[in-house]
Design a protein around this ligand. Structure first.
Ligand SMILES: *Cc1c(COP(=O)(O)O)cnc(C)c1O
Length: 222
């Protein structure tokens, strides 16, 4: 198990100011613990069931990010502890997160996920949908939500220019949202983009948060 070496590699490789989310989906708590012992504190999971089974077995100061599609009926299970929900893709979901936050008096950090890839399978908003959501009266009255930025996944392709173009588009979306809806709002600052295969390009295009799984923990076996 080379988790320590892999983590060290990434910590050397990514610039200061870029947050490393160690994506531990499908991996055992022992692997997460190994990364934790190297100082890693931020972990990403894409399934609620898996997240809520691992979280109680691991140290309390881990910051858990939910990075996969979230169904409204599952928000209540993660609301008490989740550090960042990276995959908000509808007003309906945001309403439920706000409702669950209100119940326990906890403000929940969220990223808006954008559909930037040319693959139809990937979830996410487009700019118009996000603008509609952010200007709605319903959103404006939500007191238990902090929108911390945007997230996106590029097309899975060898073509670097396609990937680069998609990341550049997410950066532009971020800037436009910042100008229109979050001027002077310091908490709106994250651009979560870049995975094992494309994190270098993502960083060149302005990523502030990379989500790295297989390059830290090894290939996933499903
Ligand atoms: C699995 C996953 C990652 C990490 O992917 P790797 O290629 O293993 O680094 C990043 N983001 C999301 C949303 C994921 O589901």
């Amino acid at each position: 198990m080379a988790v320590r070496e892999n983590l060290q590699y990434f910590l050397n490789e990514i610039p200061r100011g870029v947050t490393l989310v160690a994506v531990s989906k499908t991996k055992p708590v022992s692997d997460i613990m190994e990364a934790y012992q190297c100082g890693q504190r931020i972990f990403g999971e894409n399934k609620v069931q898996e997240l809520i089974s691992k979280q109680p077995q691991l140290p309390e100061d881990i910051e858990w990010h939910l990075i996969g599609h979230l169904q409204t009926n599952k928000v209540k299970y993660i609301a008490p502890f989740v550090s960042l929900i990276e995959s908000v893709d509808s007003l309906k979901l945001l309403k439920e997160i706000n409702k669950q936050g209100a119940k326990i008096n906890r403000t929940i950090n969220c990223l808006l996920q954008f559909h930037i890839a040319n693959e139809s399978t990937k979830f996410g908003l487009d700019f118009q949908e996000a603008a509609g959501l952010l200007s709605s009266a319903e959103f404006t009255s939500m007191n238990y939500i902090t929108i911390c930025g945007v997230m996106g996944m590029a097309t899975f392709t060898e073509d670097e220019e396609v990937v680069r173009g998609e990341f550049a588009r997410l950066k532009t979306i971020f800037e436009n949202l910042k100008n229109e809806f979050f001027q002077g709002v310091d908490s709106f600052k994250e651009i979560s983009m870049g995975m094992s295969g494309d994190f270098r390009i993502a960083i060149e295009e302005g990523s502030t948060m990379v989500r790295i799984g297989s390059s830290i923990f090894g290939d996933r076996i499903y």
